[in-house]
Design a protein around this ligand. Structure first.
Ligand SMILES: O=C(O)CCC(=O)C(=O)O
Length: 315
């Protein structure tokens, strides 16, 4: 086998909409086992997703990074203004914005509440056989176009998250996200290849998998607000470049697992430890969204740093 250069591209294919299988957990399990991903058009209420978009875009606008006189909902960046931001600060933890702006976003109750949506919980109950808990750590990504935010390199979540391999990520855009705005692409069927070998790279997570010429194809879609792409923690995925010169690509990712399987301590705290949970929760009105995992008995384990750099056979 040969390694594909990071820039080279396996063929692409349209993601398959699994919404027609939602009433058939067995069929969903079979498709998930084959493809390593499931994609659902309109799984979440569009209005609810767009409301979180509005709140996050307002934070971006308040920092002066949206074009003056435009509607924050359109997410039109003031690329010149964002260029003034220190590139290292803007790359904070793969979020696309500096710490202080990210803290404001992270305090938004409605951002976290999305992860408690019944449609998501029902889906993962079926995929994981019940006793499901959402990992406390959720991520928002605010990708302002320009040279600062390199697209997320191809990787498997397990390399970063560890704990159990039986984790499913829910990725969804907060707004319509056609391919040219830079969505997320999954390497269909790649979960079956096991954990890959990595090298340092630019972009969120800063690790890129060596992709072997295994014949897998990259699944892409023109996402709409409300669509959800979910994939296993061994499924290779990557961000695609934002080719819309000025529009911000806004998305979230959240992870679900069984409560009786291990979780790494760093997945139980706010992303990159930016705040304490008490700070995040200040001013929240819904207590049921707070510390919801604490009584679930999740076995907390350590993180194996060596796994990131182990010299596996590359292909
Ligand atoms: O949105 C992105 O660019 C990265 C998302 C990702 O890697 C994930 O959801 O695991």
């Amino acid at each position: 086998m040969t390694v594909l250069a990071p820039t080279s591209d396996a063929a692409t294919v349209e993601l398959v909409d699994s919404s027609p299988l939602l009433g058939d957990p067995q069929a969903l399990l079979e498709r998930a086992a084959t493809d390593g991903y499931l994609y659902f058009r309109g799984l979440l209420a569009r209005d609810k997703v767009l409301d979180v978009r509005r709140q996050i875009m307002q934070v971006v606008a308040d920092h002066g990074w949206l074009a003056p006189g435009t509607d924050p909902m359109d997410g039109v960046a003031d690329v010149g203004a964002f260029d003034q931001v220190d590139p290292v600060a803007a790359a904070f933890c793969g979020t696309g914005v500096p710490l202080e702006a990210y803290q404001q976003i992270y305090r938004l109750q409605d951002f976290h509440a999305l992860g408690h949506d019944q449609a998501l919980l029902r889906l993962y109950d079926g995929l994981l056989g019940g006793n499901v808990v959402r990992q406390p750590l959720s991520i928002a990504r605010v990708m302002v176009p320009g040279t600062k935010a390199a697209p997320t390199p191809a990787h498997q979540d397990f390399i970063h998250i560890q704990g159990t391999k039986n984790v499913w990520t829910a990725w969804f855009p907060l707004g319509d996200c056609p391919v040219e705005l830079g969505g997320l692409s999954v390497l269909v069927g790649s979960h079956a290849d096991g954990l890959l070998t990595y090298h340092a790279a630019r972009g969120a997570g800063e690790l890129e998998a060596y992709i072997c010429s295994s014949g897998h194809r990259w699944g892409v879609a023109d996402f709409a607000a409300g669509d959800v792409l979910t994939f296993n923690s061994l499924t290779v995925h990557r961000g695609t470049p934002n080719q819309r010169g000025e529009q911000v690509r806004l998305s979230v990712d959240m992870r679900f697992q069984r409560a009786d399987e291990p979780i790494v301590a760093s997945s139980t705290v706010p992303h990159c430890d930016i705040l304490s949970w008490d700070e995040v929760y200040e001013g929240w009105t819904d207590e049921s969204l707070q510390y919801y995992w604490v009584d679930r008995g999740l076995p907390v384990v350590g993180y194996n740093e060596e796994l990131r750099w182990q010299k596996n056979k590359i292909c």
